[in-house]
Design a protein around this ligand. Structure first.
Ligand code: KG4
Ligand code: ZN
Length: 346
């Protein structure tokens, strides 16, 4: 079965083809991505209307590209999958509209995918895919969650952020240090040259006794520190970046270890854009090696938004019998859509 996946929830247009042939893990045949980062950079963040318009421009050329690269034609596609939510409403509508139009024209069914389920299952696209069950740390621009994952569609949330997401903490701290958008990669690059112990920044909810996160206070602490530095900020920016990163990463690592202790699991899966962070990977690898816990990550280029994870999530849902593709080509996107809503919990 050949599944075409279309991602358009935010500032990346992604299209991919995945083959599902009864093997435990479907295979990725081709994928193509267009990042709008440069376009939004001038505004210091994503401009939703510009994002939607650009998705319209990119989605069909990218589709042609993935078909060519896989040596397939559109008629070979069995299911057209798209991101139904969460994300920017206008951006989501582009992917949903194109997917449903393609499905109707080809006479093939369509399937709306949850963006976070895409991130969560993206490590299955790597050369060393995980096995169920596992603890998942989902860290993206809009979400920070620890989950117990027992199978496709079987997700129990163990803890989540009560305010800002980890990616947002990176982005907002980077912005007030004048590092531009997207802040995560910029801040982590600068942090490589700094000392992570230079400034004492709060580790919110570190000892809360539960698995929830809070990052809003950290951003305020970074702002206060930057103001205190005044003219010295420029010279100490790398230290401040490294200290900010160290605070975020320490909380993510300690809470992940607590989730592993709580569930007794020996496998951790990290997904979402912040999963690309090198310091986070180093710290998790070191701590998990000590406890004989295996950690799985998506390939670096598949940590941030892409079409491959959407095609993969659709393939795995279909294979697990969790969902059927539909020939009703009406669509409704879900800008806000908690992952629990699609979970058939244990
Ligand atoms: O998963 P994603 O592409 O989009 C959402 O679904 O939100 O995640 C984007 C987030 C942004 O906040 C970005 O700054 C962050 O991931 N990010 C990073 C790194 N690469 C991307 N944060 C820290 N270090 C990185 N290397
Ligand atoms: Zn995402």
């Amino acid at each position: 079965m050949l599944i075409l996946g279309i991602e358009s929830s935010c500032d990346e247009t992604g299209v991919a083809l995945v083959q599902s042939s009864g093997a435990p893990v479907p295979t990725l045949l081709s994928h193509a991505l267009y990042s709008q980062i440069e376009m939004h950079q001038a505004y210091g963040g994503v401009v939703p209307e510009l994002a939607s318009r650009d998705h319209i421009r990119r989605v069909l050329p990218l589709t042609t590209q993935v078909m060519q690269e896989a040596g397939k034609s559109l008629q070979d596609v069995d299911v057209v999958a798209y991101t139904r939510g969460p994300g920017l409403a206008g951006a989501l509508l582009v992917g949903a509209g194109v997917a449903c139009a393609l499905g109707a024209a080809l006479g093939k069914p369509v399937l709306g995918v949850h963006h976070l389920e895409g991130h969560l299952l993206s490590p299955f696209l790597s050369a060393d895919p995980p096995e169920f069950p596992f603890v998942a740390l989902l860290v993206s621009g809009g979400h920070t969650q620890l989950m117990r994952v027992d199978g496709v569609g079987r997700y129990d949330i163990l803890g989540e952020t009560i305010d800002d997401a980890a990616g947002e903490a990176f982005d907002k701290s980077a912005k007030l240090m004048g590092l531009g958008y997207p802040g995560g990669p910029a801040l982590s690059r600068l942090a490589e040259q700094g000392d992570g112990t230079a400034f004492k920044l709060p580790r919110p909810l570190l000892h809360s006794g539960n698995l929830d996160f809070s990052f809003a206070g950290l951003k305020t602490a970074v702002l206060t520190q930057a103001q205190r530095l005044g003219e010295q900020l420029e010279a100490r920016k790398a230290d401040l970046a490294a200290s900010t990163q160290a605070a975020i990463v320490e909380v993510l690592v300690k809470k992940s270890l607590a989730a592993l202790d709580q569930t007794g699991m020996k496998r951790l899966v990290v997904a979402g854009g912040v999963g690309a962070n090198r310091h986070l990977r180093e710290q998790l690898n070191a701590q998990c090696a000590k406890r004989k816990v295996r950690v799985h990550y998506p390939e670096l280029h598949l940590c941030t938004d892409n079409g491959a994870m959407i095609a993969m999530a659709a393939a795995m849902r279909l294979q697990a019998g969790m969902q059927e593709a539909s020939r009703a080509y009406t669509f409704e996107v879900k800008p806000r859509w908690p992952l629990d809503a699609i979970s058939q919990s244990v």
